[in-house]
Design a protein around this ligand. Structure first.
Ligand code: PGA
Ligand code: ZN
Length: 455
């Protein structure tokens, strides 16, 4: 049974405070922490931060920590850690009744993950197997990693609008080989960028992708294509994009007041402000932008079609503003590539359900901290899988050394994981854990490979 829960404030990979929990049972101590990221805060489970501008610029999480040490631990001590859904429900009930949503999603998630780890130990099975049991799954699939190799958007200080260019070693035979292919390509890319831009072009963004000062999608894709060519892996490596288009869409309402949605980002997101995004400013970080270069949604569709024909792109995340369901649906219907909903869905079961009914996209980006608990994460993945969607288990840009999502991706057989570049500790915590899981599974290990979408 759970005997003690102790939380503390630690730092994430961006130097911003987050919540860490030590959960104790008769089997030992189980530690977990909550990741964090800036996107789509509107529908996300609400992260509790103290808001005192004088302390960590308002980002400290001591209230969330106190809620765990006080209220949550009182509610959970004595519970059986293998009963994940009951533990998660107890926290949700507590939040509803006592705290009115103020327990903090960061508090609840960290405890939910720690309990899951304790449950695995209680059953004396690996974490991924415990998760598979909770989800009623029997096969263990090692996901194809989507390594971020070029960063832009809100993840880097360069001029590039697109947030991530990723490489997927779908042609690897094993996860271990996929890591080798990814890391080698990353290093070749470093050489390609150095030749073109000098060493400073190899500065990296928040999730470890290189951030040379380029602004065009094609500039980024050409660099990656050249690096893949140098490895000789060629068609065994595919490309995925996270456009995160809500970052640079221009809304009609605000535009008339000479404001664009992204300029208003400090106040919230386009949807919150009620503006309909009709144009995209691919040069949004430049101070000297020209409105003539703004693209309409129709222009963007043609642009994506061209890119998919020119480069081995197999997946595009958030190709349009997250409230522009019609264009996402139209693009998805073309069947050119996997269309992933991240900002579009916010891992919210209601939005996922609607997107399935309306065939808006065909893949879910799974961010556990948006969902809130392990139990709901399992439910949302089931919803997506039952609709024959792809599922990408995802990190956040603010990460810790916690490798939980690696086990989660195997336990839920999501087939795809995106955890940043093949470098930097908080990203490697996930990929290295997958290497260990593959080794442990031995003969039973099945790398998703070419079957990355439907595994
Ligand atoms: P984040 O999102 O920066 O909010 O963590 C990452 C992503 O868009 O996939
Ligand atoms: Zn995204």
């Amino acid at each position: 049974v759970i005997t003690k829960i102790k939380a503390r404030q630690i730092l994430d990979s961006r130097g911003i405070p987050t919540v860490e929990v030590d959960l104790f049972t008769n089997k030992g101590m189980f530690r977990a922490s909550a990741p964090s990221g800036p996107s789509s805060l509107m529908y996300e489970a609400v992260e509790l931060r103290d808001g005192d501008k004088g302390v960590y610029l308002g980002n400290s999480v001591t209230r969330a920590v106190r809620n765990i040490n006080d209220k949550i631990s009182k509610a959970l001590i004595g519970m059986d850690p293998t009963l994940q859904s009951q533990i998660d429900q107890a926290m949700m009930d507590l939040d509803k009744i006592e705290m009115k949503g103020e327990l903090g999603a960061n508090a609840i998630l960290a405890v939910s993950i720690a309990a899951c780890k304790a449950g695995a130990a209680e059953k004396e099975v690996p974490l991924y197997r415990h998760i598979a049991n909770l989800a009623g799954k029997i096969n263990h699939i090692i996901p194809v990693p989507a390594f971020t190799v070029i960063s832009g958007g809100r993840h880097a200080g360069n001029s590039l609008a697109i947030q991530e260019v990723m490489i997927l070693p779908t042609g690897a035979k094993t996860f271990e080989e996929a890591v080798q292919m990814g890391a080698e390509t990353y290093h070749h890319l470093k050489a390609v960028i150095t030749e073109k831009f000098g060493a400073h072009g190899c500065n990296v963004g928040e999730d470890g992708g290189f951030a040379p000062d380029i602004s065009g999608f094609r500039d980024a894709l050409d660099l990656v294509k050249e690096a893949i060519g140098r490895t000789g892996y060629n068609e065994r490596i595919k490309i995925a994009l996270d456009v995160a288009a809500s970052n640079f869409c221009i809304g009609d309402v605000l535009h008339s007041a000479n404001w664009s949605c992204h300029n208003a980002m400090a106040y919230g997101t386009s949807g919150w402000l009620g503006c309909l995004c009709t144009k995209y400013d691919l040069d949004y970080k430049s101070p000297n932008k020209s409105e003539q270069n703004f693209k309409s949604a129709e222009d963007m569709i043609e642009f994506y079609k061209e890119l998919c024909a020119e480069y081995p792109i197999v997946s595009i995340e958030d190709p349009f503003d997250k409230e522009d369901w019609d264009h996402i649906k139209f693009f998805s219907g073309l069947g050119i590539c996997q269309v992933v909903g991240d900002d579009l869905l916010m891992s919210d079961p209601k939005r996922v359900d609607r997107a399935i009914r309306e065939s808006t996209c065909n893949s879910l980006l799974l961010k556990v901290n948006q969902i809130g608990t392990v139990t709901v994460a399992i439910e949302v993945v089931k919803l997506a899988k039952d609709a024959n969607w792809g599922v990408v288990t995802s990190h956040r840009c603010g990460e810790t050394e916690d490798s939980f999502i690696a086990d989660l991706s195997v336990g839920l057989a999501t087939g795809q994981i995106k955890a940043g570049a093949p470098c930097r500790g908080e990203r490697l915590a996930k990929y290295n854990q997958l290497i260990r899981i593959e080794e442990e599974l031995g003969e039973q290990a099945a790398y998703a490979g070419e079957d990355w979408r439907m595994s």
